[in-house]
Design a protein around this ligand. Structure first.
Ligand code: EPZ
Length: 418
């Protein structure tokens, strides 16, 4: 089990470059199965989740070649199975995207039901509602979902819940369905747009991604493409909050600033200076900061994935701040760990009341998911004394070269096996 040893009172400085977006990559890799020819994907983050998906693609029969750290070439012609290895798929939720791409290409997919995780219940009823609307037959037994549908037909689907996963999965399945599919109340995240752009580069006919109505006209077959994954707005936001919490100064490069609008607005409301460039931004932590209220919402609202990071910053600001978690029912597992370091946070249902404190003290803490892990890492940087952070494997799922990136920002993290 890896642990990060974090010495406190460190301040971020200098500049770092952001990797490709995990939540686009984990959709685009399963989507590659739909390609009729070779695909080359660049700016691919080399993280546990993407490396596992590449292994699953290989296990299904695809030819996969990594060129350097961040370019992958995939020839999906050899895919000859509709049931990815159970042990691999169980390791990550986003493998449910193989349902949409396998049923679109082969008319069948057998995927283990994704486990719950530390964000509370995470059903996939909207994904299955979409597949059924397209004419697929759904069976669930022994913890596996089988989706069958040789000739999917376009349908008009109104999502009950704004869901990133369901929007993407239905888009994948509809790509080769007969006729037009309309997804209403669709999620609008940039990662959905990136996945739609990849599919359109293959020859799909998808319009409206990034709005709440997406239209997909089914096509018979798809070709190959080259695609560069968008930058990871959540990684960028993580470093924005880290710079602000340590009262440091950081330039964050290779981003799409527009994707960070809700984060920039909230940091400015708190009193942090944020200067925005073409493909970068500069964060300057100040001392006189104000407590604020934050409500998480689907894009373009404040991202739930940065809620734990915001909690750390707000804990360093005198006064009372509120965080309302509107997306997940139970995304406060990191609060108890932060309280072990001296945070003063009260959780009532989906609301956390945060009292600013003088400072944190280092302690042994455990990451319960990747964003909670990132938040505890930042808390360790501002604490007095050493923090020993376990559960580092969570962080490695979504943050590439975390030690190296923080080192570029002038901060030393030591990883030990224990
Ligand atoms: C995606 O998860 C992201 N993961 C999450 O990022 C992110 O927090 C989340 O979107 C919200 O932005 C990936 O993209 C791989 P949802 P997803 O479906 O698609 C409910 C990270 O840290 N819901 O938008 O699973 C659900 O329970 C991860 O990178 C249903 O009720 O999220 C939740 O309350 C964590 N039925 C809400 O919708 C469904 O069928 C939003 O979930 C699907 C979802």
């Amino acid at each position: 089990m890896q642990k990060l040893l974090i010495n406190g009172k460190q301040v971020l400085g200098g500049s770092i470059s952001i990797s490709g977006a995990k939540n686009a990559a984990v959709a685009i890799l399963p989507a590659a199965i739909l390609a009729g020819e070779k695909v080359a994907i660049s700016n691919m983050p080399s993280i546990t989740d993407t490396n596992l998906l590449l292994e699953i693609l290989k296990a299904l029969g695809a030819k996969v070649q990594k060129e350097g750290k961040n370019i992958v070439k995939i020839v999906p012609a050899g895919v000859n199975s509709t049931s990815p290895p159970f042990e691999m798929v169980k390791k990550m939720r986003a493998s449910y995207y193989f349902m949409g791409s396998l049923v679109a290409r082969f008319g069948r997919a057998e995927i283990p039901l994704p486990g719950g995780c530390n964000l509370g219940p995470r059903p996939i009823d909207q994904h299955l509602k979409g597949f059924s609307a397209l004419g697929a037959e759904i069976n669930q037994e022994h913890g596996t979902v089988t989706v069958k549908g040789k000739k999917l037909k376009g349908a008009h689907i109104y999502l009950d819940v704004v869901s990133v996963g369901a929007t993407i999965n239905i888009m994948l399945a509809a790509t080769t369905a007969e006729g037009r599919t309309i997804i209403e109340n669709a999620a609008k995240e940039p990662e959905i747009v990136d996945t739609a752009n990849f599919l359109n580069a293959l020859g799909a006919k998808i319009r409206g991604a990034g709005t709440d109505v997406i239209k997909i006209d089914g096509v018979k077959e798809l070709g190959g493409a080259e695609h560069c994954i968008i930058p990871d707005r959540i990684e960028a936001g993580t470093f924005m909050f880290a710079a602000a919490a340590t009262r440091g100064e950081l330039t964050i490069c290779d981003i799409i600033p527009k994707h960070l609008d809700p984060v920039i607005a909230k940091l400015r409301e708190i009193g942090i200076q944020v200067d925005v460039g073409e493909e970068s931004l500069h964060v300057c932590g100040q001392d006189s900061l104000s407590p604020v209220d934050i409500k998480t919402f689907p894009y373009p609202g404040f991202p739930t994935d940065l809620q734990p990071l915001a909690m750390v910053l707000l804990s360093t600001i005198p006064g009372t701040s509120l965080i309302k978690e509107n997306v997940f029912d139970g995304r406060f597992k990191h609060v108890d760990e932060l309280k072990r370091m001296g945070a003063k946070i009260k959780v009532e249902g989906r609301t956390a009341v945060i009292e600013g404190v003088e400072g944190f003290t280092g302690a042994p803490v455990k990451a319960t998911d990747l964003r909670a892990g990132a938040a505890l890492l930042v808390a360790g940087l501002i604490a007095e004394g050493e923090t020993r952070l376990s559960g580092v494997e969570h962080i490695r799922r979504g943050y590439e070269n975390i030690e190296k990136k923080f080192a570029q920002a002038g901060v030393e993290l030591k990883c030990v096996e224990r």
